[in-house]
Every structure is written in C-alpha cells, then in structure tokens.
Design a binder for this molecule. Sequence first.
Ligand SMILES: Cc1ncc(COP(=O)(O)O)c(C=O)c1O
Length: 371
Amino acid sequence: MRIPLFDLNYGEEEEQAVLDTLRSKWISTGPKNQALEEQFAALLGAKSAVAVSSCTSALHLALRLAGVEKGTEVIVPSLTFVATASTVLMQGGTPVFADICSKDDWTIDPADIERKITDRTRAIVPMHYGGFGSDMDRINALAKEHNLIVIEDACHGPLAERGSKKLGTIGDFGCFSFYSNKNITCGEGGMLVTDDVELAQRAKHLRSHGMTSSAFERERGKEFYDVVEFGYNYRMDDIRASLMLAQLPKLRGDISRRKELVAMYRSRLKNTSTLSIPFQNHEGDSAHYVFGVLLESADRKVVMKELKERGVSTSMHYPPVHQFGCFNEYSCELPLTEYVGEREISLPLYPAMSEEQVDYVCEQLLEILSA
Ligand SMILES: Cc1ncc(COP(=O)(O)O)c(C=O)c1O
C-alpha cells in the first residue's frame, strides 16, 4: 500500500471551473475573486473577506494594518509554520515567541503571552494548531487590557469553531491559506477576513500596489486610479479564485470525513504507551487539518524512514521557529514547544482516505514502535 500524507479532493468541478474562467478571458483579479470573497465572508459570518496570493500576504497585510513597524513587538507561537513569525520581520517588527499550553494543547499559552507583553507589544498572532482553536477568550481579554491587535493565523482551521464562533472571526483579523496541502486549496492563495469594513477596503488597495481601483472595477466604470500609499502585488488571479469556488462547497463534508478518520486513529492508537495523542480535552470543533502524535520514546527519524519504506508518508508540524538559524537573535527557551518539536510526527489524513488505510498506517506504526 502507498499512502500519501495528503491528497487533493479535486474532480470535474474544479476542471470545469478553470475552463469556464479561461473561456471567459478574464483571468486576473475580477468577478471570480468578488464571488469568492462574498461566499467566504458569508460562510464564516464575517463582514468582509479579501482574497490574496497567500496566507503570508494576508498575515503581512494584517500586521501592516495593525501598525506593526520597527520598534514594536508581536507575540507569536513557535510551534507553527515560519510565516507566522517571518511576516513580523517583513514589517520591521520584533517577533517574541510564546510557549504552547501543554503536551495536550499545542496552541499558544495565554499565560506565557501575558508574561511577554511589554510597552512595545503591538499585536498577538495565535495560530490554531491543526484546526484546534486557541483560547481566544483569554487572548482577546489580554488584548483589550493592553490595547493590542489580535491577528488569527487560521490557516489550519477554516469552519472550525471555538466558543461557537468561527476561527478567523474572533480576533481583529483572520488569515487563511489555500496552499496545496490545506483543507481547501487552489495551489497558492489566501484570505484576509475582518469585520472592519474600512480596513478591508484599505487591504484591497494594499494588495494591489496601493491603487484605488482595479482593472476589473475600471472596466465596470470606476475612475482611473490614484496610488494612495505604497502597496504590493498580493492579488489572487481569477483562475485560482474559480478553483476556490469549486472547493468551498466541499469543505463541510470534507471536515466531517476528517473527523471520522481522526476518531479511527484515536481508537486504534489509544492504548500505546510509546506514543501520546494531543487535544484529548479540547473545547470547540476542529477542522482536523493534521493528525499529529508524540513519539514519547522512539527515534522519530527511524520511525519516519521505516514508515516510508512501508509506503506511508509522514511529516513534522513543526520544527520550532525560534530554533531556525534566521531567528538566532530572538532565541529563547520554550520547553513545551521544544518537547513537541522533537517528538511530533504527522500521519496521513485526507478526506478520500479509507478505513483500511488508517488500519494499515496504525498497524505499521505499532509494529515499528514495538520492535
Ligand atoms: C500555520 C501557517 N501559517 C502560515 C502559512 C503560510 O501560508 P502560505 O503558504 O499560503 O503563505 C502556512 C502554510 O503552510 C501555515 O500552515
């Protein structure tokens, strides 16, 4: 058996969507972007959504709109993808790393955030690990007390909830990725979500060089543009937006299937002393983006290699960001993040996965661990 870490849920709908866009001859940012933004905002119950080229662009725009600049600090997790922290550097700010809550809850620890707030702190960027929501009540309360902006890195959690609110709509901004291994994807893409309609409009200018009108809007009668502030090219093209429009209706069903698969994994692996499974007591509804476990005593490299030889692809989420060479000057000690970072292994998870495939992965893993 060959089992990939992830597989796309693509079919004829995506092919037809791209074909329609190609035939319409409007392939840059246009009507498909507009439809996607409206549908995404409605799905999440947010006032506005701005489609962009990646989550990295969305995070960068949010940090800029939050007023992050040289001399300001932003509190970020380290058990995340590097972009959660490198976008702070893009704005000239200083990333300050906070630890995760526990060996069971791998989201950012509000108590550690509180310890790290200074006069220079401008924003907090919780990342909802694996689609499990961070403790947004406590994070928002800290933000309110210290006048900080909260930017949710919600890449792993489209449609997931914490406290009956959708992840990405609980802080000031929510940032999503549509990179190829995400729950819904168009290869490369992202979304910035906010209830602040004026800031969303500014984000639309910033994603396109600071211009006050787009080619599509001018085609529809809007006047020629002014450039009101320097911006970027962070646009999503309509080919990708049409792929996303085909993906959106699949999201809810895909998450339900992921949930079933995770339940199978958990029941088959629960009595194994050599590994532990996180998020046993989590509040809220996850999007189940990855299924990670901790190898408590085995050598991770060996286990990953042996699984690969038996046809099972695995990965690591994540090598801690504060331990990367690029972040040497921000180094610190984060005992729980380092513990998880050394032992985590992500097992295959995707909607088309079968029960037999889950069985095979678990049998192989348990056999390797018992050897
Ligand atoms: C948690 C997290 N943040 C940010 C990103 C960056 O997203 P993108 O590749 O769309 O820029 C990713 C993507 O892998 C991610 O998983």
